[in-house]
Design a protein around this ligand. Structure first.
Ligand SMILES: [Zn+2]
Length: 137
């Protein structure tokens, strides 16, 4: 069972396929030959082997399209970020207002406590005076 493998494709994925600019003969060369200058086997012209990036240059639009989409998406997310920033700043001003209110209430509470303390001590003094008076009677 010695099958002949002559009919296998002559080039592999590692080969670059390009045409001779002089005689348009299709040639395949190993990727390692990229950028080298070779002699065309048909017309003997000096042919520069294209690099892979040069040979895949043929679809610049399909590369640009997703970038445009990305820019749109970026703009949209920037809008969302701006919205969020506005919400955050309004929340922060609300929080500041609440803090001012609560600190004002704290001040009211302390002044009320002070007044209560004054009243308490005044009551104590009155009670002491009354006790003294009743003792003096
Ligand atoms: Zn040629």
């Amino acid at each position: 069972m010695n099958e002949q493998t002559n009919e296998k494709v002559e080039f592999t994925d590692d080969d670059i396929i390009f045409e001779c600019p002089f005689c348009s003969k299709s040639m395949a060369i190993d990727k390692r030959g990229m950028g080298l200058t070779i002699n065309c086997p048909q017309c003997s012209g000096m042919v520069r082997v294209p690099t892979v990036s040069e040979s895949t240059d043929s679809q610049p639009h399909s590369v640009n399209m997703p970038v445009d989409g990305l820019a749109d998406a970026l703009d949209e997310s920037r809008d969302e970020i701006d919205d969020l920033k506005q919400k955050i700043s309004s929340l922060e001003s609300l929080r500041e207002q609440l803090e001012v209110k609560s600190s004002a209430q704290d001040q009211k509470l302390t002044s009320l406590r002070r007044e209560f303390g004054n009243i308490q001590s005044a009551l104590d003094q009155i009670a002491m005076l009354m006790a003294n008076d009743s003792a003096n009677l």
